[in-house]
Design a binder for this molecule. Structure first.
Ligand code: SAM
Length: 325
């Protein structure tokens, strides 16, 4: 119900209405602005009480206010409502299969059980409306995460002339990086039908392909929330292609991974719960997993890298891991 309440708040664009009002917004103003019929005002009141309790919105005597959470949902900002749509629209079907998936002896995810054995990436290709939901959701998630990344870890981009964002979706991440480091030549690399929708504004190159086959050469390869989609065997294959891609660089090539580290320092219990829920959804729904420090260590060395560094946590939730050949 929490996810669906958030989705309803996104659908009613409550954040945008409060922002446009320009100050604490009384209930009746919010109700007329959405608009909802007057007989539903009482229900909106109860609904807002729930969202205030969950700290999505705040309330003072004069009305409702935005919080850092609801600011993320502003359509002119990160538009995290798009991520909420992605989660609520694509996950329910396979949630019915969780028990069956646990008992199943096959290798497929609950998503595959719900989709005639097809992996998520094939279904997203067949159903472009679901693919668009994922891309829009990841675009909004990237707007939040990558802004933290460039502000908190600028040294990661020192000394590299070009970077390929592998599994980079429609290019939101490389756009933010290219904006922040104008001398850095960036490329977004993803499946051909995904990069077709890349919002290229001339800042970056766009290459379609398969990361299991060949990755364009670069000083640095970025993998943001890609490896958690895959189990170790597939990750080793992807990382070997990455190692080949940085082999020809004259600079010291590296692979930059942005993903969860389950046992990294956390800021609060909500962050811990989010990591655990993400791990459960990656395992059961996508067919991948989140990893702890030991699992990252084993994976990186098995893929043939000689050393790596997990940066101390400077942004919420995600960690930065650099892999050296
Ligand atoms: C969870 S999304 C992450 C997107 C992006 N890195 C971000 O953080 O917003 C995983 C991405 O991997 C891409 N992908 C899946 N299989 C791939 C393959 N074989 N080759 C290249 N990209 C692939 C998907 O299309 C998708 O864009």
């Amino acid at each position: 119900m929490s996810s669906w309440a958030l989705r309803c708040a996104a659908e009613l664009e409550i954040s945008n209405h409060i922002k446009s009002y320009g100050g604490p917004m009384p209930l009746h103003e919010l109700a007329r602005s959405i608009p909802i019929p007057p007989e539903k005002d009482m229900m909106l009141d109860s609904f807002m009480e729930l969202l205030v309790h969950q700290r999505v919105f705040a309330k003072c005597e004069a009305g409702y206010l935005l919080t850092p959470t609801s600011e993320l949902m502003l359509s002119e900002g990160a538009n995290m409502g798009a991520f909420v749509y992605f989660v609520t629209d694509t996950f329910p079907e396979q949630l019915f299969f969780l028990g069956k998936w646990f008992k199943d002896t096959g290798k497929g995810s609950a998503f595959q059980l719900a989709h005639d054995g097809k992996p998520i990436w094939d279904v997203l290709k067949e159903k472009p409306e679901l693919g668009t939901l994922l891309n829009k959701g990841m675009e909004s998630q990237s707007k939040v995460c990558v802004r933290y990344l460039v502000a908190s870890y600028p040294e990661i981009f020192d000394g590299i002339n070009n970077l390929v964002d592998v599994g980079g979706g429609t290019g939101t991440t490389v756009k933010i990086i290219a904006d922040s480091f104008p001398g850095l030549q960036c490329t977004v690399f993803d499946l051909p039908h995904v990069v077709e929708n890349a919002l290229n504004n001339g800042y970056f190159n766009v290459v379609g392909g398969d990361m299991f086959v060949k990755i364009p050469p670069a000083d640095a390869i970025l993998l943001k929330t890609v490896l958690h989609d895959w189990l170790d065997e597939d990750c080793v294959r992807i990382l070997k292609r990455c190692k080949e891609a940085i082999a020809s660089t004259k600079n010291n090539g590296k692979v930059i991974v942005i993903d969860l580290v389950l046992d990294a320092e956390t800021h609060d219990s909500i962050e811990t719960e989010t990591k655990l829920l993400s791990n459960f959804s990656m395992m059961s729904l996508v067919g991948g997993k989140e990893r702890n420090k030991k699992e990252w260590h084993d994976l990186i060395l098995n893929a043939g890298f000689s050393d790596y560094k997990i940066y101390p946590a400077r942004m919420p939730l995600y960690s930065v891991i650099e892999l050296y050949p």
